[in-house]
Write a protein that binds this ligand. Structure first.
Ligand SMILES: [Zn+2]
Length: 714
């Protein structure tokens, strides 16, 4: 289990969650917008290189009016389909719905990307106001009985229409989407469902805003340099700059942003300060103040249960998983229950070693959660003589970026050309044209590396424009976003090993979007089941740490020396310690997600803290380990699209370990034949089921043995 588990791309799913309803009318091309709106860049034609969004001209104030206009246009397009006098056909109904709302989809992709990566007060307000409206708009379409009856008419004669495999998939998915959206509900129930969706959307936005504020508000200000322990020069400089920014004349400020809190917990010898930061992190959204998230998440869990019941599913998890590779909650619990005892045992033996080390250190009292990372770092240094910061000079961020580009070349023949003059949403962004081996244009990737207040935490990928091929081939434009430490006056941005892994991970998502080669947008790129979506990203982490690949890019930023093999070996040994902890904290969160979403009926009486605590006790989780996300800051499931889906990372890990093992078996980790098959699988997007694609690629069902071996669980 990798640290990257945390980081995933909630934003992709923001769009995926609209997938079922992504509608647009092919007759209304983007150029037909009313000329009075031309002053709004969002609604005008974008005559930029490759049609990228003109970020230099778009103002935050443009989004709200553009949204209103695009929604109203979409409504007109839908009404043309609904009121058509012609008999419903695949083309005039299914394809017409699929290709409607082109303007709206162009606008929402850009809006959600920028409001995650470079937000401001106007964008925040806009998001609050449009999220529920957008939900209501798509509800209106997916609950439109007349429209559904046309789709149903086509669906009922699907076998006789001579459809291609992809057309059949589009039709089936669309039909299922309507049923799942509740189109079969009548009258009052239908109104109730709309109200629930709107409320859920509002709650989700508030949950995320509260979390961002609670994260930013916290500060640990230190005035004595010795409390900083062995923090690296660049992190000390960062903390000094943070203190100035927060109005202190001197000292160092640490925050709950991961690049700040993680190194502090690993290196500060001051137990009390570690405990303050640790508790600050754990209590975000649980401080019984105006930003508390407990009531919000409980209302969400209840509304989700109520909605699932209305749609004929026993629980929200049943509803969500009916669309996943796993299909049923039982499959998820069964799969996790197999791994849990191994992981927990390993975590317990790790605790023993760490507590002994603390004792040896002369520290009295109980070993605590806030001691865990500090003693892991110490143990690694003592037992393996390894400190993760030693590797940073070898992972300067530009070198790592070049590493992932070189890997893409070795596997798929891709090359990258920086586009210096295209508009960006922030000056830190770097933009690249991606080219095939024969020089053909494949797509564009935007990379935004550094942490800042206007960006939400974690790392993610999303599409600014998805590939499609209905009226001509539309090439993809994708983004990768990170929260790496920015360069300081004296040092470039030097990544930890796990941050470097994150870069490879997100680029795997980017490739999934870039390789897309299907006809319909709603089946393209990363529009795949959630328990498949992390597979193409996690698999990249395997290559990243292979000696052959490290030799290509992991070079000392001053001397150019390749990272020594001995250091890698030491690191691998050191990293395998704590695998129990990593798996357990992740799985505890994955279980928590499933527990919130297997509530059979709404229950307003639940005490959120107790619900969480009782369950963790039942699982035998040890006190020193918190779930990777406590409920009150579980953004993946309460402000992202991951409810009943956090298990997916582990599920995908089975696939990624199995895949890389297959490459190894060929004796060449860049095996061109296998790489070609792998690319073919990615290029199919969601045009087939995940299991079908996987079996086509590897020639059999996925096997769990390579993952057990990788984790040392055998
Ligand atoms: Zn991911």
């Amino acid at each position: 289990m990798k640290k990257i588990l945390i980081l995933l791309s909630v934003s992709i799913l923001l769009f995926l969650s609209c997938k079922e309803n992504k509608n647009t009318d092919k007759n209304s091309s983007i150029t037909t917008i009313d000329s009075t709106m031309n002053t709004n860049t969002l609604l005008a034609e974008w005559d930029t290189q490759f049609g990228v969004p003109p970020f230099d001209k778009i103002k935050s104030e443009d989004y709200l009016p553009a949204f209103k206009e695009a929604v109203s246009l979409h409504k007109k397009e839908i009404s043309v389909i609904v009121n058509s006098k012609e008999k419903p056909t695949f083309k005039n109904t299914v394809e017409a719905i699929e290709t409607s709302g082109k303007m709206l989809s162009r606008f929402t992709s850009v809006f959600f990307a920028i409001s995650a990566a470079n937000t401001d007060d106007v964008l925040k307000e806009t998001r609050k106001s449009i999220s529920p409206e957008l939900t209501a708009h798509f509800d209106e379409i997916s609950l439109n009985t007349k429209l559904f009856n046309r789709v149903k008419a086509v669906y009922e004669q699907k076998e006789t229409l001579g459809l291609s495999a992809e057309e059949m998939r589009l039709l089936t998915e669309m039909y299922k989407g309507y049923v799942r959206a509740g189109v079969n509900l009548e009258g009052k129930d239908k109104e109730q469902l709309k109200a629930i969706n709107k409320r859920l959307s509002e709650l989700s936005t508030t949950f995320g805003d509260n979390l961002l504020d609670e994260t930013n508000d916290f500060e640990l200000h230190i005035t004595d340099k010795k409390e900083l322990g062995s923090l690296s020069v660049s992190l000390i400089a960062g903390a000094e700059a943070e203190a100035k920014k927060r109005g202190h004349d001197s000292g160092w400020s640490f925050t709950l942003q991961r690049p700040s809190i993680n190194p502090f917990l690993q290196t500060s010898p001051n137990r009390d300060f570690r405990e303050q930061l640790f508790q600050g992190y754990a209590l975000r959204g649980d401080n019984d103040n105006a930003k508390d998230n407990k009531k919000i998440l409980l209302e969400m869990a209840n509304l989700r249960a109520e909605k699932a019941n209305m749609l004929g599913f026993e629980t929200h998890a049943d509803y969500v998983l009916s669309d996943a590779m796993a299909e049923k909650p039982k499959a998820v619990y069964d799969f996790m229950d197999k791994l849990w005892p191994f992981a927990l045992n390993m975590a317990k033996s790790e605790r023993k070693a760490l507590a002994a080390m603390m004792k040896k250190d002369g520290v009295e009292g109980d070993f605590r959660g806030s001691d865990w990372r500090y003693y892991v770092a110490k143990l690694r240094e003592e037992r393996y003589n390894f400190n993760e910061d030693e590797t940073r000079p070898y992972f300067e961020f530009t070198a790592v970026r070049e590493g992932v580009f070189m890997l893409s070349k070795k596997l798929f023949g891709l090359t990258f050309k920086e586009l210096k003059d295209v508009p960006k949403w922030h000056e830190d962004q770097q933009v690249f044209e991606v080219l095939e081996a024969d020089g053909k244009h494949l797509g564009v990737v935007y990379m935004d590396f550094f942490t800042r207040e206007s960006k939400r935490g974690g790392a993610w990928m999303n599409a600014l424009r998805q590939q499609s091929n209905v009226d001509g081939f539309v090439t993809p434009i994708v983004t990768n976003n990170f929260n790496f430490p920015p360069p300081t006056k004296d040092t470039p941005s030097l990544l930890s090993f796990s941050e470097a892994q994150t870069l490879f991970h997100e680029f795997g998502h980017a490739l999934h979007g870039l390789f897309s080669n299907v006809k319909y947008r709603s089946l393209s790129g990363t529009s795949v089941p959630r328990d498949f979506v992390e597979f193409p990203s996690q698999v990249m982490e395997n290559w990243m740490s292979e000696p052959e690949v490290l030799a290509l890019y992991a070079k000392h930023y001053k001397t150019g020396e390749v990272i020594p093999a001995a250091m890698i070996e030491k690191m691998n040994k050191a990293n395998s310690f704590n695998e129990g902890f990593r798996t357990v904290e992740y799985m505890a969160a994955a279980y928590l997600d499933m527990n919130w979403h297997t509530l059979k009926t709404p229950d307003a009486e639940i005490d959120v803290r107790k619900f969480e605590k009782d369950f963790l006790k039942k699982m035998g989780l040890i006190d020193e380990i918190l779930p990777r996300y406590r409920s009150n800051y579980y953004a993946h499931i309460f402000s992202g699209g991951y409810s009943s889906g956090y298990y997916s990372y582990l599920w995908s890990e089975v696939l990624d370990a199995d895949t890389f093992d297959e490459f190894k078996k060929t004796g060449n980790i860049f095996d061109p034949t296998l790489a070609k098959k792998y690319r073919h699988m990615l290029s199919s997007g969601g045009s087939k089921s995940g299991m079908e694609l996987y079996k086509e690629f590897i020639g059999r069902s996925p096997e769990i043995a390579p993952l057990l071996k990788k984790k040392g669980f055998e």
